[in-house]
Design a protein around this ligand. Structure first.
Ligand SMILES: [Zn+2]
Length: 450
């Protein structure tokens, strides 16, 4: 019989494969605590203890800093709550990702008030404590059990903050909820609110959206025959002197923030193709992406390859992701990128119906394959031309380092690193009925299935 641990590993590996742009190839070295969570299962046991033995507690990039932070959080009375810690140092920043247990399994209490208080304790420890961090991604999870009895951690709360945001809290603030509302958009899962023993104050800026229905049941079939006129983009307008940087698969704790720092430091912007379920888990990161002047596109809700899904499910995946992005940013979502670059005529037609322009790429850096920075950069820049579209991922700190080198390299060539929107005007769009657009993309070597 297969061990529980093996099942967990298989599920995790399957998910990592789904995240990769091409199904084949080695898995990325993303630390386990930063892998996305599965959550579409009923919550049978909200207050079971999560795993927090030491070998799993520290999983980042800077073990000495992680041990020190673990001690600081212990001194703040959070030893029983801390499940994972990761620290990254680089780009002039010291950043922490911290996962807490939501709820107190010893007392059986599950309280919003207590979670707010724990979150503020963490912010205080991280920013005022001896470790002096610049940024923290904090989230809290509960155990979930899959139908096959595999246990998973479902994130029910998140907040993400820079030290400067924390410093704005000030002494006049009375409650933890008030303090959290000052630092950014705080996510409370409806499940947390439904099961809490209190209905304490939520942060002033709170998001309480739950998982949408992605079964397609609520989405009656539209036009799936491929009859609408479709467009797709593979390269942009050369006259713009711009090369678009497209960054897939986020938002991601730590890596999103690193990439935003690089873009801000270099005065550049990019297009982020985001996965809906990750946006749902970390809404503050989406807000920061947009506040940095970057563009956002739809990368589906669950990152399944579109040709593997029923048309009504494809429609639900895309609609729900756009809806979520629009709810947080207040801006219409017009661009999409299919996971793996994999599209067929039916999903092409659905994009046209939903007003989404599928965006492919001309330069795949393969950064998710654990390549060294110089190789990633060479793949992006060798014979690069204005109008090219570069693909990188929110996978590793090396991707952020590569992003910086790519921006600098483009500048040396007299080109601007920008977003898809910067080179959309006058772009040579691929147009026609859905099957024709698919055929044209295939002829151009874009990664598209029949
Ligand atoms: Zn992807």
């Amino acid at each position: 019989m297969m061990l529980l641990r093996d099942l967990k590993t298989i599920l995790t590996l399957a998910w990592a494969c789904a995240l990769a742009v091409v199904a084949a190839g080695p898995l990325t070295a993303m630390p386990s605590h930063l892998r996305p969570h599965l959550y579409d299962y009923a919550p049978p046991a909200l207050l079971e203890p999560l795993d927090n033995d030491d070998p799993n507690l520290l999983k980042g990039w800077s073990p000495v800093d992680e041990q020190s932070l673990q001690q600081t959080l212990g001194e703040a009375g959070l030893t029983e709550k801390v499940v994972k810690i990761a620290v990254y140092r680089g780009f002039g920043c010291k950043m922490a990702a911290i996962k807490l247990q939501a709820g107190d399994w010893e007392t059986g209490r599950f309280s919003v008030d207590e979670l707010n208080a724990d979150a503020v304790k963490v912010l205080k420890a991280v920013f005022d404590g001896p470790d002096r961090f610049d940024h923290v991604d904090l989230w809290a999870a509960v155990p979930m059990t899959a139908p096959d009895k595999v246990k998973w951690h479902w994130p029910v709360f998140s907040v993400s903050a820079w030290k400067r945001q924390y410093d704005e809290i000030g002494d006049a603030i009375k409650t933890p909820a008030e303090a959290l509302g000052k630092v950014g958009l705080v996510r409370y899962d409806p499940m947390l609110l439904d099961h809490a023993s209190d209905r304490a104050d939520l942060a002033a800026e709170a998001m309480t959206l739950g998982m949408p229905d992605l079964t397609g049941r609520r989405d009656p079939a539209g036009n799936e025959t491929g009859t609408p006129d479709c467009s797709a983009l593979r390269s942009g307008c050369a006259a713009s002197r711009t090369v678009a940087i497209t960054i897939d698969d986020g938002p991601h704790p730590v890596i999103s923030t690193l990439m935003l720092k690089v873009l801000a430091d270099e005065g550049a912007r990019a297009t982020f193709f985001l996965v809906g379920e990750k946006v749902l888990q970390q809404p503050q990161l989406l807000r920061e992406i947009v506040e940095g002047g970057n563009e956002v596109g739809n990368h589906t809700f669950t990152h399944h390859r579109l040709p593997d899904l029923r048309p009504d499910v494809v429609r639900a995946e895309l609609k729900e992701t756009s809806k979520l992005i629009e709810a947080i940013t207040g801006k219409r979502c017009r661009l999409m990128r299919p996971p793996g670059g994999d599209m067929h005529a039916s999903s092409m037609a659905i994009c046209a119906e939903l007003g989404l322009l599928p965006v492919f790429w001309t330069r795949n850096t393969g950064d998710w394959q654990d390549r060294p920075v110089h190789e990633i950069v060479a793949k992006a820049l060798k014979n690069v031309h204005a109008g090219d579209v570069i693909l990188i991922h929110q996978a590793r700190p090396d991707s952020a380092e590569s992003l910086r080198e790519i921006i600098l390299g483009l500048r040396r060539l007299g080109l601007k690193a920008g977003s898809i929107g910067d080179m959309l005007n006058g772009a040579p769009l691929i147009r026609g009925k859905a099957p024709s657009v698919i055929a044209q993309l295939q002829a151009k070597g874009a990664l598209v299935r029949e």
